[in-house]
Design a protein. Sequence first.
Length: 760
Amino acid sequence: MTQQAPHRYLGKARKLVDGVEKVTGRARYAGDVSLPGMLHGKLALSLFAHARITRIDTAAALKIPGVVAVLTADDLPTRNRQPSSRQTTTLAREVVRYRGEPVALVLATSLAAAEDGVAALQIDYEPLPAPVTAEAALDPAAPVIWPQGAPKADTDLTAAHAAVARGEEQSDHVASNIHEQKRFSRGDALAALATAEVVVAGTYRTAIVHQGYLEPHAVVADIEPIRKHITLYTSTQGQFGVRDEVARLLGLRTSQVTVVPMTVGGGFGAKYGILDPLAAAAALAVGRPVRIVLDRSEDFLTTTPSPASTITIKLGATREGVLTAIVAEMVIDNGVYPFTLGGIMSTLLGGYYRCPNVQIDVVEVLTHKPQAGAYRAPGAPQVTFALESSIDELARRLELDPLELRLRNAATTGDPMGNNDPWPSMGLRQVLEAAANHPLWRERTPGSGVGLAIGGWPCGMSPAAAVCRVDTDGIVRVHVGSVDISGVNSSFVLVAAEILGVPPEQVEIVAGDTRSGPFAGPSGGSQITYSVAGAVAAAAQEARRQLLEVAADMLEARIDDLDLRDGAIHVRGLPGRTLPIGEVARRAQEQQGGPGPIVGEGRTAPAENAPGFVAHIVQVTVDNETGRVQPLRYVAIQDVGFPLNPLMVEGQIHGGAVQGIGWGLHEALRYDENGELLTASLMDYTLPRAADVPSIETVLVTNPAPNGPFGARGVGEPPITAGAAALANAIRDATGARIYELPMRDEVVWRAMQKGVNKQ
């Protein structure tokens, strides 16, 4: 569904369609919803990483004025459900398995009363042994977290983020803290490494990183007791998935659950229904609406951050700089429930570069910490940091330009990914060529360091539908069922405007709930523009066809002689023969025996995804006395296919680059040996501030996706992938010190610099 340039509206920057509502505070978030008779819910969270619940005394809490109920696991309709993931957890029964696991829910007529009720609860625990790191959990003497075997998730949230195969499981299914072991291989990597002319090796460690959204998790559950119908007003990235999971857990039909997606104040892969089952179960239990809004510390304690990882990697190459072997082992700390990222991480690690011999072993470990989850391009920042740092070291060993080494080995369309599937259309070489021509790479400034890294993401895809109707007032209303978390509606407006020849101001996006909106996949994995924009285009094309048929009769002209522009239909060569599209729509729906209302339906089901690749160049200075790293300039080059709305695309790239800086220099959730979270507030968990962020220049490479609408690719995930690695390479360039852990805070850099001084 590719349309040839030049375009009238597409490819031109246009502001957010809901920007005014957001900046004036009129946008409604889940936490703003207030219903008659609504109760405020407050969670009592486990104080231990692993313990047996010996007593829950609710008497004192129930005496607090305003407290209506105190719910435990046995009070909920989910009492007989065994949780298999954080998304299926309501309240713990008998045993808690991580600090922050919900144990009880206090419901009150005010938030203050609910908080007082939680403070008055008396919960007794019997602490149990708790391996809270991957190293401790892998100790043969460590207690097994799930002696009967780790629970299996009913839904795979990783599939929402990338359209790649997960590989074959190598586990023997004996109960242990290893829930999955896999090997991805091709050729004979160990033999190739043994005979390689040059070998570099390193072990890279990354911390647990929170998604850092501004709006904590929030949901309001309304109940219609007679029909047992639940309506959820929620901050979610995937309304249809939440509906299905809540219905399954509560034993309801999907028609008994309606999910109304509210404005999302940031998600980045984390908002897929963590609180929704609990709120719905509580509303069913008490027969009243229930609102649960986490505070910041609760959000840090009980949600799903990105996993910690340890990646040991060895690269073999010829003296001419041709990669011959990649050998790696990845240990991924997934927390208390399985969340398999090893497949996508291996797909990337073994797929950025052409290499005939690859062996990647993945060990996914369970620990007594909150379950890991998706964070924008889940797993990619970790593997990119390890691989791109190693590639940089290989270039230094070979005395080659790091960019030239990458160009020599860059994968192209059809080359194998790490899981040995061929890459669909991709543009890694194109972004590297753009980087080679950029002044920041060509011209070095004394006293600073410049680093380069590439990154990529397969991007997801899913079936979707849309409806486009033309009303008698001339407004084009496009109905979608997707959740706008990144400005995609502001691109859909341009798609419909382009096809129907109306100004974008004449197009309105109607985002429906699970009852009224056409189906769309979740807003994750950079798939919504790729999938839903195609459905919008198809619906607009059908509405265009209907308009032209009616107008041809009204204007007594052939369809081929008609032109749609500026909100009207014109007969070419006859300036006076014009009809506004609203008038055409009015005639169509009023005419006896006529065609009826102008309504176009569109569907799409992409068969092939369209990966997005980036090259990031960063310039930094490093203080020799303190190790403080100051980014000075940042260039983010990305293959976007075709930017439907360049303003939105550049905004996505800026946001991802800043999050990459957070990964590289600032962010980490730290736990002590007992599983207590030490960074449970924004006083302790440091995010990049405005002063920490350099000027960011974006370079859009337009390598059209064969199956994308107008050639567009997904753009949301790739921008975060390369930032930490580019910073590490810039620090290496500035100081000579190679950093092997994230985040690269001042003390980490300083220690690495001292090792270099001592070696000299």
